[in-house]
Each structure stands twice: as C-alpha cells, then as structure tokens.
Write a protein that binds this ligand. Structure first.
Ligand code: F1P
Length: 628
C-alpha cells in the first residue's frame, strides 16, 4: 500500500475483532492493525490513520463478541443512567452525581462536571456534579500516575466528597477497566448500596477487566465488575462498556477512550437535563440522535484533514528541532488544550515545555476545586499572561503556536494576542469554530486569518434541532480530535513511536509496568520472565537482582522507576545484546536510537521493521512523505 495514498480496507478495520488477534490482550491494550506503520507514515497518512481509528468508535455491531457505542444494550443502559441522573436533578437535596477517574479519565470528569454545573447555574439550579481525579487537582495538568494504583485512596477521596450525602450516583471511569483507584471506589459503593449507585464507564468487555490482586484488598477490578454485573440485572449498578477498537498508539486511552468517555457521559447528562428541565423524557431516539451528532462531528472535523495535516507538520517540525508547540485557548476549548498538552509527558516522555497549553483567564476560568496551583511550579502557570511573560520573549519561527477559540469568545482579544505572537513568529495557526449564520466577528476573523499561516475553520449548522449546548460539546470534541492528532502526529514525526508502540513508556504505575514487560517480549522475542528481569535490572540500576528487589511488589518497582529514564529502551538493548546495563547506557548515550545502539554493539538479533528512529532523534531529513 502506498504510504502517500493511505486507505484502509474493511478487513483491516475489523481485524482486531477476530478472536485470534492478540487474544491475551484486552481491546484497550491491543495494537491497532490500522496504524501498524504509523511510524513511517507521512503527516497526511498519519491524519488519515487517526481518522480511520476514530471512525471505529461508531462502527456498527457485527457479531456478538463486542458491544459498540450504538448497540441496543449500550443505548438502553445510557437511558437507565440518564433517568437516575434525572431523579437527582429533580430532588437535589443531599444528593450528588460524581464522576471519577485517573489521568485523562479524571481530566474529562472535570471538564464534563464543570460544563454541566455551569448549565445548572444558568438555570438557577444548584450544582449537583462533582469530580474526583487520582492525585488531586495537580493531576489535571500533570502526570500523577502513582495514586492510580491506590484503591484505598480512591475510596477515601470518594468518602470525603460525599460526606453527609444521602444519595450518590457514582460514575467511575477507567477506559481499560483497570485502575485500582476506581476499583476501590466501586467496591465502596457496592458495600453501601443504601447511599451509592455505582456506574462504570470503560471500553473493554467485562471479562477483560483486570484481574490482578490489589494491595491490601480482597477484590480485583474483575471481581468488582462481576459483582456489578450481578446487580445490573436488578438495576442497582450499571456498566457502560462498549468496545471502540484499539487505540492508534497502543494503550493511549487519552485518544478514543477519552473521546468516547466524553461522548457517552455528555449524552447521559444532556438527556437527564432535557428530562428534568425541558419536559423531554429520556428516550431512545434522543440518545441515538445525540450519538449520531457526535459521529457527524468526526466527519466535519476530518473533512479538514488537509489543514490538520499542515498543523501536524508544523508541530512535528518544531518538536524535531527541539522547539515547542503552544496552545493558546479561550473558554472550555482551552481546557482541551491544557489536557492534550499535559498528556504528552506520560504518553511520549515529553518535557512539559515541548507542548504547553494556556487558557484565557487562567485559574479563574478553570474554576477547579483546589484553586490556583501556580505555586507548584512553572508547569502550573497556565494563564495567557504567563505565556506572555515566560514564553513569548523566547519564541522564534521554529515554534508553533495555535490559537483555539470559537466565534462566541472575545475575538477582539484573539486578534490582540495574535498580533503580539506574530511579532515573534510567523508560525502561527488558528483553530476556530463558528456557526454558519454568525458573521458578527467577520472583520476580526479576516485579520486573524491574515496573521496566521493556516486557519482551520469549522463551520457548524445551527438549525432548530441543535441546541447551543450540543453545539458547544461538538466544538469541544472536534477540538480534542484536532489537538490529539497534532500532538500524536508531531511525536510520531519526531520518531517517538516504534510501529504503533511508544517504546519509551514511563513505567510509573502497575498498568504501565505490565505494558512495558509485554513490549519487551514483543520486541525481543524473549520469555516474560527474562523480560521482567531485564526491566527490574534497569529500574534498580543493578546488573544482579537482590532478593529484596525480586520480592518487592510492583508498586515499589514503579516508585523506583519514577526516578529513572529510558527504562524500557535500556532493558531492550540489554536483552538484545546481552550487554551489561552500563554498556547499554553508554550505547544509548552515544546512539540514542535503540536500533543503532543494538547494531553498534554487534548484535545480529535485532531486525527492526521500520526505518524511522525509535528514540529522541530527529527524523532523517531525507525522509519525505514517509519515504526514505
Ligand atoms: C488511566 C490512565 C490514562 C493514562 C495512562 C495511565 O487509564 O491515567 O488516562 O493515559 O495510560 O492510565 P484508565 O483507568 O482510564 O484506563
């Protein structure tokens, strides 16, 4: 298949559903056959692959193996949960709806609860939604993966938020049905059914939930799910877990997992609001219409794939030459910029300076529970003023800046900022949404387009059937897709991905520890025990493992791994060459490309399947459109 003309066949789209396809892995961890060669694709092909992966979210149910987003069973559960939310909205006293999750799932819990509490305030209703994110508010903007492994912490934070409440609808989000933090919360709900009704959102079938023992607990994620399945029969618990297909970058649940979380929960909460405040009872048709509106959002967004490609290229070029990408946003779209930027560190091992998000109004706009976090360090400085002071003075044409806004934001302010950025760099781009009828800011928009190198303008139809709130949620999803494509595509172009795996995965929690071991098995062809041994040796910086090291639990390993860099690449070099850890370190120091480090040390055993650099080095300048 020509890389410059990437298309996908139906069999490739459905291949992951075959029972023989990576049978030991849950859907959320499988590698997507559509992106097998993403590491050597052009920007244009990368965007097309991401489009095809995203489209899998709305694939119809083909057999009985996997329920999909539009399956009857899923739609029925969405209706049931919406009715529970409606009850809370109609009688909010002493009641709460809580959305909780780790990493991206927690960030989206924050985004969604903020939006729907705002909607309640506009209706003069008191807010009923609350969010919990593992690691607290700092995890909204940075990677805090260790707390994800703590079921007790999850349970305690839930208890704290619910103090004095008589009725709580708890919605736990774990894309992989795997986070111990969420399992602890669900278990607590199951133990206190007089107050709590648990709902689980994730993207694996129930039997693929994680079955690993949890420290200090008698339950696993799987056993919690099984108890919930039993209670689901009598509507005392709910599972919303359609399969949306493997992620474009294996295990990167920030992408489809995050988008599907946003879609599902917004559908539920919107239906509940319409039932409680607009005399529109929760109905199957309404739910389906809303889901289809998101499907159209994907189409409308990727209809602009040429400009998205330009953005990916610009951002990729910036990252390749060690420069930065900045998202300057307004309103909730800015929050999507903050979220996307914050995920680049855990996903690609990026520095916080590589991709940064800024929001007009800073923490005032964010309105998070813990208030301003600027004292925690420069990566928590998120206002446009912080950008003007810290970043703007050092900007050059090699940095990429994206303005992200809608026509309902203060477009005059966008013009002002665009002018200031333009004095420093011509590499300025705009991503903005407007309704087809609105021309109020046409002159200012023309000015912005003149200042920008490219303008990604998405025009939306605002007919009678599309409410302002639905439109806004569509803008948000569209922005998420664009930014995910920009940051993922840019890191692929930088050479951070091998096939469709992130090889330099941070081994900072148990899920990532298991993923790292599997990756080593796949790339070295060695047995699991050898791979885990090599991983532990690099984590502990030891050529020989002591009893202490081998008998410690995974949490101890991951706490130590936080202090180490390039753990997986080092382990891989050791496995493939048989060299010592020190030798592997020096190979990688001299040659940060794993493939070449291995070849340099004389191994014949490593046969790379892609020509693109695996680690930290810029793509060869002769590589055009993915062709060497
Ligand atoms: C939670 C999560 C992801 C993050 C990384 C570590 O996953 O924090 O958001 O990208 O993979 O885990 P999940 O519980 O939603 O599956």
């Amino acid at each position: 298949m020509a890389k410059s003309d990437w298309t996908c066949s139906l069999s490739a789209i459905c291949e992951w559903e075959s029972p023989d396809y990576e049978p030991s892995l849950p859907v959320s961890e499988k590698s997507n056959p559509l992106t097998r060669d993403i590491d050597r694709a052009s920007a244009n092909s990368i965007v097309k692959m991401l489009q095809a992966c995203d489209a899998q979210m709305f694939q119809e149910e083909t057999g009985s193996t996997y329920h999909k987003l539009l399956s009857d069973q899923v739609v029925t559960t969405l209706m049931e949960v919406a009715k529970r939310v409606e009850l809370v909205l109609k009688d909010p006293e002493d009641s709460l709806v809580i959305l909780s999750g780790c990493g991206t799932s927690g960030r989206l819990a924050f985004l969604i609860t903020s939006g729907f509490n705002r909607a309640l305030r506009q209706l003069n209703q008191s807010p009923v939604y609350s969010y919990i994110i593992a690691g607290g508010d700092r995890a909204l903007l940075s990677s805090q993966e260790a707390p994800e492994d703590d079921p007790k912490l999850g349970m305690l934070s839930l208890k704290k938020v619910c103090e004095g409440k008589k009725r709580v609808l708890f919605i736990g989000i774990s894309c992989g049905l795997s986070a111990p933090f969420v399992a602890g919360q669900l278990d607590f709900c199951l133990q206190h059914p007089e107050v709590y009704t648990p709902v689980l959102v994730g993207f694996n079938p129930a039997h693929q939930a994680r079955d690993e023992p949890l420290p200090g607990c008698t339950f696993t994620f799987l056993s919690v799910v099984q108890r919930m399945q039993e209670l689901a029969k009598s509507h005392q618990a709910f599972l919303i877990n359609p399969a949306v297909g493997p992620e474009a970058i294996s295990g990167s649940s920030r992408m489809k997992g995050g988008s599907a979380t946003k879609i599902l929960l917004e559908v539920v909460l919107s239906a509940a609001h319409a039932a409680a405040f607009s005399h529109t009872p929760v109905a199957c048709n309404g739910i389906l219409l809303h889901l289809r509106a998101y499907e159209k959002t994907l189409d409308l967004t990727y209809a602009q794939s040429e400009i998205i490609t330009d953005l990916v290229e610009a951002a990729g070029e910036s990252l390749r030459c060690g420069r930065r990408v900045c998202y300057l946003g307004w309103g909730s779209l800015a929050l999507l910029g903050l979220i996307d930027a914050s995920e680049c560190n855990p996903t690609f091992g990026a520095d916080f300076e590589d991709v940064r998000g800024f929001v007009s109004g800073g923490y005032r706009e964010l309105n998070n529970k813990e208030g301003p976090l600027t004292a925690l360090g420069p990566e928590f400085c998120i206002a446009h003023e912080d950008f003007l002071h810290q970043v703007l003075p050092r900007l050059t044409d090699k940095d990429t800046v994206l303005l992200i806004y809608t026509h309902s934001d203060d477009v005059g302010k966008v013009v002002d900022l665009a002018r200031r950025v333009r004095e420093k760099t011509a590499n300025l781009h705009a991503v903005y949404h407007q309704t087809d009828e609105d021309t109020s800011a046409a002159l200012q928009q023309d000015e912005i387009s003149r200042l920008c190198l490219s303008t990604l303008k998405i025009a939306w139809l605002q007919g009678a059937s599309v409410s302002a709130s639905l439109l806004h949620m569509q803008w948000e999803l569209s922005t998420k897709l664009v930014l995910n494509a920009v940051s993922t595509g840019a890191h692929v172009l930088k050479g951070k991905i091998y096939q469709n795996h992130m090889i330099d995965v941070q081994v900072t929690n148990s899920k990532l520890y298991r993923r790292a071991t599997r990756l080593l098995q796949k790339l070295s062809g060695r047995p699991e025990s050898q791979c885990e041994e090599a991983l532990l040796k690099t984590i502990y910086g030891a050529n020989k493992l002591t009893l202490d090291m081998t008998t410690s639990d995974v949490i101890t390993h991951t706490c130590t791994a936080v202090t180490r860099t390039k753990v997986v690449p080092l382990a891989l070099v050791c496995l493939l060459t048989g060299c010592s850890l020190r030798e592997a370190e020096s190979h990688l120091e001299r040659q940060p490309v794993v493939r070449e480090a291995v070849e340099f040390s004389g191994s014949k055993s490593f046969r790379p399947m892609c020509p693109r650099d695996v680690l930290d080095v810029p793509m060869a300048t002769t590589q055009i459109n993915g062709q060497p």
